[in-house]
Design a protein around this ligand. Structure first.
Ligand code: AHR
Length: 495
């Protein structure tokens, strides 16, 4: 009977929060320095120190929210080191990431400028692991207090009279690990204490995010929700797609076989179960879903590229990464009633990056193109979809071959996204659309695919994996018939 999809264009399930398309940039390797910040004196064209090519590329994918300064770096970061004249800023050792000197040239003012230039929401992660309550409290005062106060006056002396608007604030990062190796009971109490002093000044309202679980540590979520659920707006979750073993060898970004391809897809799909199970615990304490699940670190994590600093987490990015990203978006959409935000790790030059740079050169990765194609779903209404789709597999593993999601935007345009994870088989699909007249069906879209499983972009050949118009679709009065090539993602506007 083939692959069939029924889209109910008149049945909306939830709104897909645009923050699901969020990003994460840490002081790690060449993400901030080189990747984003080159300094005002650089020969690389820049706006007040921020490189223009990267700015332009990120603007094009409509980055809605950016998390900073870490990651593990956040719990070693002391914000006062990163303000004032550059020559007076403290030089420190980035002990967690490569032991390199951090000159603190990219600090609060520079990050807020970056967010202004990108027109995105800043999401700042505070230091619980090695910072004080006072330090965290004063950072929020420095950024958001309007009027006379010690921190607001200091901000003015540093060139910024008007406060910034800051909505998202994280109270620590991975407090079960690099953020302090705490037990959930201890962190829940610390969270209660620290968040008390994360104040709302004037009409600035802070959405407080508690440090959440590592992968399937359901007990962490249970304890946090039980003891601190009423004092948070969001609870985070971190899960990386690693085909190998975290300590013994994660696997190569480019040198992998079909077996590893399927393991990667299977592990990416695990996100679905993690959200369901953490979500079920949250439902117990928060049935109205007031607290958002904030998946503020996700993406592929492979071995670093040969010859690069192991502490810099620099990896290439292939069509496999692109499809992992597309699967995640479909999963996040499915759980749009609980998933409020997600932040891919990380924006430039680190892990599953959107952008790679080398000196003044820049390339867009296959993952970037998925963010570009899928941005049509930002803030759209998730539509009800019924489907009967085949499976694919390798060496006894059976996975769904095609994943699908559909949404309707503010202008009434219906968008359909499809992912075929099978690296060897195309999929023929019949799509029926209820709630749209057959004459309205004028499908136009783009496809991202490749010839080989490890196809990727290089500085010499930056467009090996790039979107192209999708032509293998025909519409008639019964709906659409389309052919989805092996290892491809497609986004179509139906009307
Ligand atoms: O994204 C890299 C690191 O992964 C982050 O710093 C940390 O939070 C996580 O373990």
């Amino acid at each position: 009977m083939g692959n069939r999809i029924l889209i109910n264009a008149d049945i909306s399930k939830a709104q897909i929060n645009k923050h699901i398309y969020g990003h994460f940039a840490e002081h790690l390797g060449r993400c901030i320095y080189e990747g984003i910040w080159v300094g005002k004196e650089s020969s690389i064209p820049n706006t007040k120190g921020i490189r223009n090519d990267v700015l332009e590329a990120l603007r094009a994918i409509r980055v809605p929210v950016l998390r900073w300064p870490g990651g593990c770096f956040a719990d070693e970061y002391h914000w006062k080191d990163g303000i004032g004249p550059y020559e007076q800023r403290k030089r420190m050792v980035n002990t967690h990431w490569g032991g390199v000197i951090e000159n603190n040239h990219f600090g609060t003012h520079e990050f807020m400028l970056l967010c202004e230039l990108l027109e995105c929401e800043p999401y700042i992660c505070g230091n619980v692991g090695s910072g004080t309550v006072q330090e965290m409290s004063e950072w929020v005062e420095y950024m958001t207090f309007d009027g006379e106060s010690p921190m607001a006056s200091w901000r003015g002396e540093n060139g910024r009279e008007t406060p910034w608007r800051l909505k998202y604030f994280g109270v620590g990062n991975e407090n079960w690990g690099c953020g302090g190796h705490m037990r959930p009971e201890y962190y829940a109490d610390l969270y209660r204490r620290y968040q008390t002093y994360v104040r709302n000044y004037g009409d600035n309202r802070i959405f407080k995010i508690a440090g959440g679980a590592n992968v399937d540590d359901y007990n962490w979520t249970e304890v946090l929700m039980k003891h601190a659920g009423g004092l948070m707006d969001g609870l985070s979750l971190h899960y990386y797609t690693i085909p190998g073993d975290f300590w013994l060898g994660k696997g190569s970004a480019l040198d992998f076989d079909t077996d590893e391809w399927f393991i990667t897809m299977k592990r990416a799909l695990h996100m679905d179960e993690l959200i369901s199970r953490h979500g079920a615990i949250m439902d117990k304490y928060d049935p109205d879903k007031r607290v958002g699940l904030i998946i503020d670190e996700w993406g592929t994590w492979f071995d670093v590229e040969p010859g690069t600093n192991p502490g810099f987490l620099y990896q290439q990015n292939s069509i496999r990464d692109a499809l992992v990203a597309a699967l995640h978006f479909n999963i996040f959409h499915k759980h749009a009633d609980r998933v409020y935000m997600a932040n891919i790790a990380q924006t430039v030059n680190v892990l599953q990056a959107m952008i790679l740079t080398e000196g003044d050169k820049m390339l867009l990765t296959p993952t970037y193109h998925i963010f570009d194609m899928f941005k049509v779903h930002q803030d759209a209404e998730l539509l009800s979809v019924e489907s009967s789709l085949g499976v694919c597999g390798h060496q006894g593993q059976e996975l769904p071959q095609v994943m699908v999601s559909a949404s309707k935007d503010h202008a009434g345009r219906v968008h359909l996204s499809l992912v075929n994870i099978d690296p060897g088989q195309e999929a023929e699909i019949y799509v029926e659309v209820r709630g749209l007249d057959a004459e309205e069906l004028r499908p136009v879209g783009r496809i991202l695919t490749a010839r080989h499983m490890n196809d990727h972009n290089t500085f010499e050949q930056p467009s090996t994996v790039a979107p192209a118009p999708f032509e293998q679709v025909v519409a008639d009065k019964t709906g659409l018939k389309l052919r989805l090539p092996a290892m491809s993602a497609v986004t179509l506007c139906l009307n």
